[in-house]
Write a protein that binds this ligand. Structure first.
Ligand code: ADP
Ligand code: ADP
Ligand code: ZN
Length: 216
């Protein structure tokens, strides 16, 4: 299974990707996670990306394309992968088409998560993740079963992203509508786009996505 999860910041891409990983045993390739790791490790890429990410703008296509191309060569991508947060520009979509052709891979589907802007801001403002295993949570919508303890790994250290605030979110949403939303037309025209209502419960949304995955 090779798919792209498309949608604005806070739409639930990461949340749904983790459920797909559990069921299909394919890796989640999140360019946001990879870039944050590069920032945390102080690599050359991290140094270039940090200020851009903090401001809510997009990191350059060259950097992101190179990261993804390298990642797709890892053994764990042999049976498929979930692209989460990539591609985000038409240039990246073109680069991805080239990479896949070169590596003899073919996308199965592109799943769009549709979520209202107000809900996006609310979701992003309350988002936090486990500092150990990366499981995602929300102050209101997805609390751990036991207060302060990660459901998945039992650890109790959590973190919040510096760009998950209402002000930077405005810039990120702008970047989405300007640079990323044209990809909907791009994949629709190719016949690859499937849209899912992302406004309901997490499990209901997963079922809708899973129906699509089962049918491709
Ligand atoms: P993205 O990866 O698209 O930026 P996330 O999956 O990180 O989005 O979700 C953003 C926040 O919203 C997280 O705190 C997550 O727990 C929460 N969330 C995800 N899906 C839903 C949903 N269907 N309803 C309410 N909150 C959700
Ligand atoms: P979200 O899904 O909440 O928007 P991500 O974790 O996907 O957040 O991305 C966080 C930030 O990392 C983005 O605002 C952007 O600066 C950078 N980034 C992630 N993926 C890409 C990409 N494909 N192209 C350019 N910048 C990216
Ligand atoms: Zn955890």
């Amino acid at each position: 299974m090779k798919l792209i999860l498309l949608g604005p910041p806070g739409a639930g891409k990461g949340t749904q990707a983790k459920l797909i990983v559990d069921k299909y045993s394919i890796p989640q390739l999140s360019t946001g996670d990879m870039l944050r790791e590069a920032v945390a490790n102080g690599t050359e890429v991290g140094k270039k990306a940090k200020a851009v990410m903090d401001a809510g703008n997009l990191v350059s296509d060259d950097i992101v394309n190179a990261i993804v191309s390298e990642r797709l060569d890892h053994d764990d991508c042999k049976n498929g992968f979930i692209l989460d947060g990539f591609p985000r520009t038409l240039e990246q979509a073109d680069a991805l088409s080239g990479m896949l052709a070169e590596k003899n891979l073919k996308l199965d589907t592109v799943v769009e998560l549709k979520v209202d802007d107000e809900a996006l801001v609310e979701r992003v403002s309350g988002r936090y993740t486990c500092g150990n295993c990366g499981e995602g949570y929300h102050d209101t919508f997805k609390k751990p079963a036991k207060d302060g303890v990660c459901d998945r790994c039992g650890q109790s250290q959590f973190k919040r992203r510096p760009d998950d605030n209402a002000e930077v979110m405005r810039t990120r949403l702008m970047a989405y509508y300007k640079e990323t939303s044209p990809l909907l037309g791009f994949y629709y025209a190719k016949g690859d786009l499937k849209s899912v209502d992302g406004m309901g419960e997490i499990t209901g949304i997963f079922n809708a996505i899973d129906n699509i995955l089962e049918s491709v």
